[in-house]
Each structure stands twice: as structure tokens, then as C-alpha cells.
Design a protein around this ligand. Structure first.
Ligand SMILES: [Ca+2]
Length: 161
């Protein structure tokens, strides 16, 4: 079973304006937003609190606000914020009013990183109201080991529920 999920916290971000912290991006409140006034490729990493199977992402935008209309976004998922591996999506755009849902290459991880975030505004300041990821819960299960006569032990496996 999958569900849209708000990350637990912001792990790191390129910057934020006083009164509009990056935590506003994941607070579940559609009227608060993350704002950063520097003209560069923005970046932010969020913490899901535990390892989840991340499948899709959605970000709010509004056509009246060029700074909310995102482009060129690359997404990574990992359990190790020092080692991201291959992107699960690249060059995504989020520009329509409301939620913009995008598929990712499904991957398990606790952290989700967004880099190279551009906007249609010039200069490239960002306003972004909200982001959520679609995840499947992962549980640990015991996998019996048989020797042909009986159970001789078990190993822990991860499974999706
Ligand atoms: Ca918000």
C-alpha cells in the first residue's frame, strides 16, 4: 500500500529567508512556503525518519508566481546522505497550479535530495509551498532457513507491505 507522506525534517538546504524557512516546504500547510532569494540552483535534502520505498514526488506550484514554477530538478534517494548513487529522476519540472506529481525510479532510502532547482523567475529566487513523496512502508520479517528436516535458523529480510 502506498501513500503520500510529508518528510519528518529538513536535513540540509541551500538557504532560506527569515520568516520562510525550508521547514515550511514539508509542514503540511499549503499556505506556508520555503523562500530563498539567492539566484542559483537551489538544493534541499529531507529526512523521511526511516527507510521507505520512495516511488513518486509531488510539489505545489502556482502559475501566478514564477518563483514557484520549478524546472531542471534532479532527485536522489539514499540511506546515506554522503553517498547518493544514481539519480531517481532528473530534469523534472513542476509548473502547473496545484500539485504536480512525477514518477521516480523506485528506490529505498531514508533521505531524499533535490538539486539544481531552477525557477521561471529571473533572478532565480524560489518560493515553494509544499512537497510530499509517495512511499510504501517497509517492514522487517523473519525468513526461516530450512535444511530439509526443519528450521535451523532465520535471516532478516525487508519486505514491502
Ligand atoms: Ca507549506
Amino acid at each position: 500500500m502506498s501513500e503520500w507522506f510529508s518528510p519528518i525534517s529538513v536535513y540540509s538546504r541551500c538557504g532560506e529567508r527569515v520568516g520562510h524557512p525550508a521547514t515550511h516546504w514539508i509542514d503540511g500547510n499549503l499556505s506556508t512556503y520555503w523562500r530563498h532569494d539567492t539566484d542559483h540552483g537551489h538544493s534541499i535534502t529531507v529526512d523521511l525518519g526511516e527507510t521507505k520505498n520512495v516511488q513518486r514526488v509531488r510539489i505545489r506550484a502556482h502559475t501566478d508566481y514564477l518563483a514557484s514554477r520549478l524546472k531542471n530538478v534532479d532527485v536522489y534517494v539514499s540511506d546515506d546522505p554522503g553517498n547518493w548513487g544514481t539519480a531517481v529522476a532528473d530534469n523534472l519540472s513542476f509548473q502547473a497550479t496545484g500539485w504536480n506529481e512525477r514518477d521516480l525510479t523506485p528506490k529505498q532510502g531514508r533521505y531524499v535530495r533535490f538539486i539544481n532547482i531552477g525557477t521561471l523567475n529571473s533572478p532565480g529566487i524560489i518560493y515553494s509551498w509544499e512537497m510530499e513523496v509517495e512511499v510504501e512502508e517497509i517492514s522487517l520479517a523473519f525468513n526461516p532457513i530450512w535444511n530439509g528436516r526443519g528450521v535451523i535458523g532465520s535471516s532478516v529480510i525487508r519486505r514491502q507491505v
